[in-house]
Design a protein around this ligand. Structure first.
Ligand SMILES: Cc1cc2nc3c(=O)[nH]c(=O)nc-3n(C[C@H](O)[C@H](O)[C@H](O)COP(=O)(O)OP(=O)(O)OC[C@H]3O[C@@H](n4cnc5c(N)ncnc54)[C@H](O)[C@@H]3O)c2cc1C
Length: 377
């Protein structure tokens, strides 16, 4: 099919920036590119009919790290990088709440909790010491002296079993992931960003001074700069990047009569996470039970993980309750040898903002702003 001159001079006209991927990072990047320079022409291309990576398939936690997860990060990444990451996540959440209408995205500052199981209880004294140390360290990053506190009274209130302690973080919230992406899409479109869905970029090359993007659908796009925001899938376009796909599986229960728990919940360095959606429970994770199997971009669910999640649900969260599992799905996270996102000019006129390491809801607003700044130069 030939292209009309009308199409060539409007939809397909060369853009200043073409973003590949309309997940949270692509959308926030588009927002900041337009905010910093309203005259910058920006298009986003996504192969999904809707964003089809992690952004619409996650758990909707507005969080920045639990105590055991951050302890592990301090050990593996060192103090400076961990605090930088926490600070970016925290700032990202503040910014998201300022820019978007909280009601539109079902955001609630519900509070977050970490479960310490009875069979891995380090004892009250050790735990209090860990909390005090963590609060002291985080003070630099989020300017609050008490991020975490013990909240053991809520264990019975929430109906948990086999749980020795609960650590509370009142700065955490939850939101509706689909509504967040929709709200952002509408916002960037209102700023003049063109969004193409159902178009897969296969490769690109420089022709004279422009970048030409080729697609599976035999269309071509032209731009001065390309920004790759395809996270877990980034190696398909940029094979040299340090990205490891990590599948996250989720299940959701039917409505549960008398459900008491409210908030976001973490367990085992963040490998397990659950929350309520009204009177239902969403539970995800357990990737650490089958690391190799979950190192994939296949978006299906498996018996190994789903059975483990069901066991966790019955054992710790909903003992004695009646419910059914109504929904199961998976999404793909972008991990790597470390947790810091990759934001860089990969080659002249080609940039990337990828590897959100499982916390892109919080990180994306700050990453979007930083990478938009980078593209200005
Ligand atoms: C199960 C699960 C639970 C999670 N829970 C949370 C949570 O509670 N809180 C939190 O902060 N984070 C959570 N995360 C992580 C978070 O969702 C991600 O960090 C974030 O969504 C990443 O956004 P992104 O824009 O970088 O990537 P994605 O959302 O993955 O977007 C990448 C986009 O690129 C498109 N694409 C890929 N290749 C091409 C191509 N060649 N051409 C065109 N388009 C292409 C895809 O279709 C996709 O839409 C979770 C992730 C999963 C999987």
């Amino acid at each position: 099919m030939q292209i009309s001159i009308w199409e060539k001079e409007s939809f397909y006209a060369p853009k200043d920036v073409i973003i590949v991927g309309s997940g949270l990072v692509g959308l926030w990047s588009a927002y900041y590119l337009k905010k910093q320079n309203p005259r910058c022409s920006v298009a986003i291309v996504d192969r999904g009919v809707i964003p089809t990576g992690a952004s619409t398939r996650n758990a909707g936690f507005a969080c920045f790290g639990s105590v055991t997860e951050l302890q592990e990060d301090f050990t593996k990444m060192g103090e400076d990088k961990t605090l930088e990451l926490v600070s970016m996540r925290y700032q990202g959440l503040q910014r998201m709440r300022k820019i978007l209408d909280e009601k539109l995205i079902d955001f609630e500052l519900c509070g977050g909790y970490e479960l310490i199981a009875a069979d891995s209880d380090p004892g009250m004294e050790a735990l209090e010491e860990q909390i005090a140390t963590m609060n002291k360290k985080l003070k630099q990053a989020i300017k609050t002296s008490q991020t975490f506190k013990l909240s053991d009274k809520k264990i019975s209130e929430f109906g948990f079993q086999h749980v020795a302690h609960l650590l509370e973080n009142k700065l955490e919230g939850y939101l509706h992931s689909g509504k967040l992406c929709q709200a952002l899409l509408q916002l960037v479109q209102s700023m003049g960003v063109i969004v193409f869905n159902g178009v897969e970029i296969t490769h690109f090359e420089k022709i004279v001074d422009k970048m030409v993007l080729y697609t599976k659908q035999q269309l071509r796009f032209t731009a001065s700069k390309i920004l790759v925001c395809t996270n877990a899938f980034a190696k398909e376009l940029l094979p040299a990047l340090d990205i490891i796909p990590a599948r996250g599986q989720v299940l959701v229960t039917s409505t549960i009569h008398g459900l008491k728990l409210n908030g976001t919940f973490h367990y085992d360095e963040g490998y397990y996470y659950f929350r309520n959606i009204g009177n239902r429970v969403l539970l995800g994770g357990a990737r650490n039970k089958a690391f190799e199997e979950e190192r994939t971009t296949e978006m299906n669910t498996t018996d190994t993980i789903q059975k483990e999640l069901e066991h966790f649900l019955a054992h710790y969260i909903l003992p004695g309750k009646e419910y059914a599992i109504t929904d199961r799905w998976s999404g793909i996270m972008g991990m790597g040898s470390e947790k810091m996102p990759i934001m860089q000019e990969v080659s002249p006129q080609v940039y990337c903002a990828v590897r959100m390491s499982g916390m892109g809801v919080a990180l994306a607003p700050v990453i979007g702003e930083k990478v938009a700044e980078m593209l200005k130069d």
